[in-house]
Ligand binder design. Structure first.
Ligand code: EPU
Length: 439
């Protein structure tokens, strides 16, 4: 099993391009099921989650060619509608094939996603939305079975106890593009990945307006055709790298940076004393070049995770790590996944002073981080541990880094390009914590 060995202390500098977005690619790949022709996606990052989606699409009758970062997808067997547990359990985002399968083929059988390390992640809103479009939903052998001869447009409220749902919005929007009549999604997710998906669907011949706002209007069409779509830059990767530069008091240039999609994060980083400047105002604000730099004077800040355009939950762990080194106490509140704090106990092993009460963590700054062996528990938390290792005194070993490989393309190589000292090595099964504690 691979692990990372990190020598702390290097100040990151240089230039790095931000990869295409995983969370935009996954629903876009699923939406290819809706096309009667070939879908081409560009800037798809080579990640394990993407490979899992390629495998899933293959099992449900799509031919996928993934050549570096370009992918072409076309349906070859429209009768294969079963997204099996074997794949769904490796990646919850598999649920986003449900809406496209139902709309394009009239039937979908998708294994119900199970538990997740970052907390409860129900799919009730996805199902409610599809039922509102006329689907019959049943559960059989752990599978969600959705059927409809012809979906019919409807007005659907998609808000839940934690606000909107990103993949729920993607599912309902993808199904409604082929429904008869007009669909209105109220309390739709406003995330840039939804706007990106709507742009792709429109380029395939759909009629979607309002994406990026809480009210999306969709006029159903008979069929969708081919498209050549460039995936948006990954705002979470961009934010993570910017924070890695900040925590090492570095000075780096990031290109393909989705500045406008990160305003809540940039606001908090700026309040913490990190300098982030666009290099050229003539570049598009969502694919631009920024210079990130910071000195030793990080200030404490408060932030609360919220649906977009608020501060994203997927950058909570990384910012918490930055704030460990701020000069004072910060308060972090998690409002999307109130238990998404697997990183807290690991950061504590590195000397962080973190005090959790329910969905809130008080970060007592002013101290230092000290290298230690730590264990990644989820994707974003593992990125946070790697960042902590960069800023720590001495050596940090991060185990179970398969989590980080789900969402960052060779993160250690990217950070090494900026001068980090990170080595990937095989921990060996006998030495791994899994074998030591028998989990
Ligand atoms: N929720 C419900 N019912 C539902 C669906 C969601 O109550 O039917 C709740 C969730 O439990 C959560 C909140 O609504 O409290 C928001 O969940 P959402 O459905 O928006 O999450 P998601 O679509 O499953 C995507 C990202 C996550 C990201 C969340 C929130 C992908 C593949 N995943 O998940 O990304 O945290 O939106 O922004 O796009 C990650 O990349 O590390 C990651 C976890």
């Amino acid at each position: 099993m691979d692990a990372l060995r990190i020598q702390g202390g290097a100040r990151l500098s240089g230039t790095l391009a931000v990869d295409g977005s995983k969370n935009a690619s996954l629903p876009a790949m699923a939406a290819a099921i809706l096309s009667t022709d070939t879908v081409q996606l560009r800037d798809v990052p080579p990640l394990s989650d993407i490979n899992n989606m390629v495998r899933l699409l293959g099992e449900i009758g799509c031919e996928v060619v993934h050549d570096d970062r370009t992918m072409t997808i076309r349906t070859v067997d429209p009768t294969a509608n079963h997204a099996r547990y074997d794949i769904v359990r490796t990646m919850r985002a598999s649920i986003c094939v449900l809406g496209p399968l139902l709309a394009a083929r009239g039937e979908a059988r998708v294994s119900m996603p199970g538990g997740c390390a970052i907390g409860d992640r129900p799919v009730d809103l996805h199902l409610r939305g599809l039922e509102a479009l006329g689907a019959t939903i049943t559960l059989d052998g752990g599978d969600i079975i959705a059927r409809a001869d012809k979906l019919k447009g409807a007005t659907i409220f998609l808000g839940g106890p934690f606000g909107s749902t990103v993949l729920g919005t993607a599912n309902v929007m993808s199904a409604a593009v082929l429904a008869e009549g007009t669909t209105i999604i109220e309390s739709a997710a406003c995330e840039p990945e939804i706007t990106g998906l709507a742009n792709m669907l429109n380029a395939m011949g759909a009629d979607v307006s309002g994406a990026g706002t809480p009210r999306i209007e969709i006029h159903g069409v008979e069929s969708l055709g081919n498209v050549d779509y460039q995936v948006i830059p990954d705002r979470i990767v961009a934010g993570t790298i910017a924070m890695a530069v900040a925590i090492t008091n570095g000075d780096a240039t990031l290109t393909n940076f989705p500045y406008d999609n990160l305003l809540a994060v940039l606001d908090r980083l700026t309040a913490a004393g990190v300098h982030i400047q666009r290099r050229d105002d003539t570049e598009p604000a969502n694919r631009c070049t920024v210079k990130v730099s910071s000195d030793r004077n990080l200030k404490p800040v408060l932030f609360t995770t919220q649906p977009y355009p608020g501060y994203p939950t997927d950058l909570q762990a990384q910012m918490m790590t930055v704030l460990c080194l701020a000069d004072g106490n910060s308060i972090v509140t998690e409002r999307i996944y109130p238990d998404r704090f697997l990183h807290v106990s690991e950061l504590t092993r590195m000397g962080a002073q973190l005090f959790r009460s329910g969905p809130t963590v008080v970060v007592q700054g002013g101290g230092e981080l000290i290298g230690a062996p730590v264990m990644a528990g989820d994707l974003r938390g593992s990125a946070a541990l790697i960042m902590a290792g960069l800023a720590a005194k001495g050596e940090t070993i991060v185990q179970r880094i398969y989590h980080v490989d789900r969402g960052y393309v060779k993160l250690e190589e990217q950070l090494n390009t900026l001068g980090a000292g990170i080595e990937r090595f095989d921990l060996g099964v006998s030495e791994s914590v899994e074998s030591a504690v028998g989990v």
